[in-house]
Write a protein that binds this ligand. Structure first.
Ligand SMILES: Cc1cc2nc3c(=O)[nH]c(=O)nc-3n(C[C@H](O)[C@H](O)[C@H](O)COP(=O)(O)O)c2cc1C
Length: 350
């Protein structure tokens, strides 16, 4: 069991936000798996993201690597809140948490989103559970590399500032709110230092508690943007993944789109790399953050931040490497896309 603020993740294994945690059926299946200790929704925006045939994923023919060109979920946050309510009320005896992945480009939007999430938590008495553990958390996605009009905000902590302030205020008002941040893969020291300095300045002292950081966890890492795979390196769409979250029409669109741009694995040519190909960089990011967080003094509230290690966890051995690098909890997307919920059995079964 790993306690992240008020969320108990047991076993310490979950899905990372992805296209296969997009709808009620997929989320329910994930939630009911005995091998997931929590689940994460696909990233939602306030109004929903316009998705078309350019947004897709391809799996490599050898190994377990993906390239994807998805943006955010086409379903708005309000839809996820309806589904989260349904799952939590129909599984009242479960202690498992649902981490709602959100993103926005303005502070006003984030404020509306966090208010709506807090409204649902109040309605479900999420902060009054006898165990003191809660079943709804929030992950701020700062790191999607596939948005044509915006670079991942996690590469410039300053640009994130207006959003994290809003979330920090929400935590100060209600310290039972468990917040995390999904970060992009970093490659040099200045990037880590900027995140650490930003986080350090957010520390608050809620009534009756020691100095703490509003962000209880970091999820490292998202996909590596600007990656390129050729079609000949990837398998045809229909055979790549075992998840059946998409309707037949969308499936046909994906295939047509791929045929049109058959030289490249995804229609925009460049996309986000994940799976085995990302693993060493993800391990490095987890290791670096673990070192930096553990060197912080208690007063900054940073030393308690937990790390969800993501990136190329495609086998038990890879999960073990993530733990050795410093992850408290392990998550995956590509293996889940390839195997369906059986992925968590592969990673979690003794
Ligand atoms: C098809 C696909 C869709 C994804 N969508 C999201 C998303 O909506 N939000 C997010 O934070 N990360 C998203 N990711 C990134 C994953 O959560 C994860 O960080 C990344 O894929 C690395 O993990 P992996 O190697 O296990 O795939 C997506 C990844 C894939 C492959």
């Amino acid at each position: 069991m790993v306690l992240i603020n008020t969320i108990d993740i047991s076993p310490p294994l979950l899905n990372s936000s992805c296209a296969w945690s997009s709808d009620l059926k997929q989320l329910t299946e994930l939630y009911e798996s005995e091998y997931t200790g929590a689940i994460t929704t696909r990233t939602a925006t306030l109004k929903g993201f316009e998705e078309d045939e350019k947004h897709t994923v391809a799996f490599t023919t050898s190994g377990t690597t993906t390239i994807n060109s998805y943006g955010y979920s086409p379903h708005p946050l309000s839809q996820y809140l309806t589904w989260v309510e349904e799952i939590l009320t129909t599984h009242a005896s479960f202690n498992k948490a649902i981490i709602i992945s959100i993103t926005a480009s303005t502070a006003g939007e984030i404020a509306q989103m966090v208010d709506a999430i807090q409204e649902l938590r109040t309605k479900l008495l999420d902060n009054q559970r006898p165990s003191g553990k809660t079943r709804i958390g929030v992950e701020l996605n700062t790191s999607c590399p596939n948005i044509s009009y915006a670079s991942p905000s996690g590469y410039s902590f300053k640009s994130l500032w207006p959003l994290v302030i809003v979330l920090g205020d929400a935590f100060a008002q209600d310290p039972t709110l468990t917040l995390g941040m999904k970060l992009p893969p970093y490659t040099h020291m200045d990037q880590y230092m900027e995140v650490m300095a930003g986080l350090r300045s957010l520390a608050v002292t809620p009534p009756g508690r020691e100095k703490t950081n509003p962000f209880a966890f970091l999820t490292c890492t998202n996909t590596l943007g600007n990656s390129l795979l050729f079609s000949e390196q990837t398998v045809p769409k229909e055979t790549g993944d075992k998840n059946e979250g998409k309707d037949a029409e969308k499936e046909k669109d994906d295939t047509k789109a791929k045929a049109k741009t058959s030289q490249f694995a995804v229609p925009p040519v460049l996309g986000g790399l994940a799976g085995d190909g990302l693993h060493p960089l993800a391990l490095g990011n987890v290791y670096r953050f673990r070192q930096m967080l553990s060197e912080e003094s208690k007063e900054t509230g940073l030393s308690d931040i937990k790390i969800i290690g993501v990136g190329g966890v495609t086998s038990k051995e890879a999960a073990e490497r993530m733990r050795k690098a410093g992850a408290d909890v392990i998550a995956c997307a590509t293996l889940f896309g390839k195997e369906g919920v059986r992925a968590f059995e592969i990673l979690g079964k003794d």
